[in-house]
Design a protein around this ligand. Structure first.
Ligand SMILES: Nc1nc2c(ncn2[C@@H]2O[C@H](COP(=O)(O)OP(=O)(O)OP(=O)(O)O)[C@@H](O)[C@H]2O)c(=O)[nH]1
Ligand SMILES: [Mg+2]
Length: 564
């Protein structure tokens, strides 16, 4: 068994943060040592909302691949449906359902996915954004991870997935929701089959086909397929006509005991079916609902069950991404301690990709397994719908993370698909926004100093992890500095800025005259290309912001706080 201390101490930001109240910088502000210090920056946490979902409702996480059309075009996939792509999507759904046992059902077709969490789930205390982004990012990373199993051609770009959360109060609503999705699948697929049928069989241009099919109803489409494309739609593959239903089923499995005898055990397995679940039989025989339900024709009312949260206009939007279970992930992939440059590089690549994809993101800051993105206060990104913003960003981040894994980690194989959660926080003015980033950088500093001492003590064989914790418990920044200097001849300030300060990314300055040396900042070599600068600056001091007033659009009063 791993001693509690090994799980608690190394790089666990929250626990180290709690101890950080002993840091002199914080000590000056608040002398109360326990429980948590209330630094001037820490107040920014009070802007965070949890987004708890009502109890006893089915939770549906609906995802849609936004760059699906580009995927088809760029990778020359078969129209109207590409079978390997469908199998890849099924495999990615399997990964998500394997990780989240609380998902009881998933209905997917084309580029849309509906993951249903059980009514009673208490996963993440039913925090909507956390459920949404974990599922969304895992879907993205699984898609990228599994792509080579289905295609020889390399994947050109990661998926961009937009997600929404739907809260359904009873079994009838769940059935209606699913029926509506299968209806959409049917109509979309019929149209697509007719469209691409005419393009390929008659050599028509897509624009011409669009004109021909304008306003065509189901009967016309069927007839057109039959007479002009020699296709009987009823004989098309059920996987595309009806979509895929993935659910858990009890199956009997033969298990061999130690004495060699074989017994049958009932186990839960994920199965995929392509059936009609508009009919009663699905709900009475396969996915048995507790309440009686019936088939409804009018389903328009379902749109009111989408959880929609419009973010306040003119407020700064911060999206913070955090790796799921990265303590284990880093152990599994043998990350260097306390900081692995490969991991930092990979996180930075993913963050740069987010900034390149979304021009609204004006600034970002990352450390350890987290990244925060500031979206311009006047941005209308995704109509300022919080769930859409976080899902778009987290899907790109996770996809690029996996996409670049080999580039950064070389021979080290990715053992499983990583997931990230994301939350959105609003800040009313520049001052609060700066305090937010100061808070994150202070956290980085505190963790890093602690971890540098901790691993120096442990890795150089001076003591056990438990002993190192005892030595460092209650120490101030100056104590840690002298431990490093006296015992290891390490000057903390000369350690890499990338570890001490984290990584800052911002859109390039319009002024050409600003250079790294004049600001005293440390900029990575080769950074600054493509209109985005990646560096390791101090964003707590005024200097950074004063010299780059275009980032926030205005100046603010000087802050007197410093790290030490
Ligand atoms: N060795 C090593 N570990 C790292 C590095 N970056 C991140 N980690 C690990 O990632 C963890 C991130 O902390 P948390 O986000 O609080 O922990 P978590 O395990 O991801 O848990 P949740 O975020 O709650 O899912 C750290 O505690 C480290 O264990 C690195 O460069 N080297
Ligand atoms: Mg984490």
């Amino acid at each position: 068994m791993i001693p509690l201390v090994s799980r608690r101490i190394p790089l666990v930001s929250r626990s180290v943060w709690k101890r950080s109240c002993l840091h002199p910088w914080l000590r000056n502000i608040h002398t109360n040592l326990f429980p948590m210090a209330h630094s001037r920056f820490e107040y920014v946490r009070s802007f965070e909302e949890e987004g708890l979902l009502d109890p006893q409702h089915w939770i549906v996480i609906a995802l849609k691949f936004k760059n699906h059309e580009d995927l088809y075009r760029v990778h020359h996939l078969a129209r109207p449906n590409d079978p390997p792509l469908a199998r890849l999507m099924e495999a990615a759904v399997g990964v998500v359902m394997g990780d989240f046992k609380e998902i009881v059902l998933c209905y997917s077709f084309s580029q849309e996915f509906n993951f249903v969490f059980s009514k009673t789930t208490t996963l993440y205390r039913r925090r909507g954004p956390k459920l949404l982004t974990n599922v969304c990012s895992l879907m993205s990373s699984a898609f990228v991870h599994k792509w080579p199993c289905y295609f020889e051609l390399a994947l050109e770009f990661p998926p961009m997935i937009e997600g929404t959360v739907h809260l359904l109060p009873d079994d009838q609503t769940l059935r209606d929701y699913m029926a509506k999705c299968q209806n959409v699948c049917h109509h979309q697929n019929l149209y697509k089959t007719a469209f691409w049928g005419l393009v390929s069989k008659e050599g028509l241009l897509p624009e011409e086909v669009m004109k021909t099919l304008k306003g065509a109803n189901e009967g016309i489409l069927n007839e057109l397929l039959f007479s002009r494309c020699n296709t009987n739609y009823n004989k098309e593959d059920n996987a595309f006509k009806k979509g895929s239903i993935t659910l858990r089923k009890k199956v009997q499995k033969a298990v061999m005991a130690q004495n060699g005898s074989v017994t049958q055990r009932s186990q839960s397995a994920v199965v995929v079916m392509h059936t009609d679940f508009i009919k009663d039989s699905f709900w009475s025989d396969i996915f048995v609902l507790k309440q009686p339900t019936e088939s409804h024709a009018k389903l328009g009312y379902l749109k009111y069950f989408e959880k929609k949260e419009s973010l306040l206009p003119h407020a700064w939007i911060v999206v913070r991404i955090d790796g799921k279970g990265f303590h284990n992930f880093s152990e599994k992939h043998d990350f260097e301690k306390p900081n692995d440059p490969r991991s930092i590089e990979l996180m930075n690549k993913a963050a740069v990709a987010v900034m390149e994809k979304f021009p609204e993101v004006i600034f970002s800051y990352g450390q350890s397994d987290e990244y925060s993105f500031a979206i311009h206060r006047y941005s209308k990104m995704c109509d300022r719908q919080g769930d859409k913003i976080i899902s778009n960003i987290v899907s790109i981040f996770a996809g690029v993370y996996v996409y670049n894994w080999q580039r950064c980690f070389g021979e080290v194989e990715l053992q499983y698909c990583p997931a990230f959660d994301a939350r959105v926080v609003l800040y009313p003015n520049n001052s609060c926004l700066r305090d937010y980033f100061s808070w994150r950088q202070a956290d980085c500093h505190i963790n890093n100093m602690y971890n540098t001492c901790f691993w120096a003590l442990v890795q150089r064989g001076l003591c056990s992890r438990q002993k190192a914790d005892e030595i460092l418990c209650g120490t101030f920044s100056k104590d840690k500095r002298s431990i490093l200097l006296d015992r290891f001849n390490m000057d903390y300030d000369k350690e890499d800025a990338i570890s001490r300060k984290g990584t800052v990314i911002f859109r390039d300055r319009p002024r050409k005259d600003l250079c790294a040396s004049s600001t005293g900042c440390e900029v990575e070599e080769g950074a600054g290309c493509g209109g985005i600068t990646v560096g390791h600056f101090d964003v707590i001091k005024d200097e950074f912001w004063r010299e780059r007033p275009w980032i926030l659009g205005e100046e603010r009063n000087a802050t007197t706080l410093d790290l030490d």
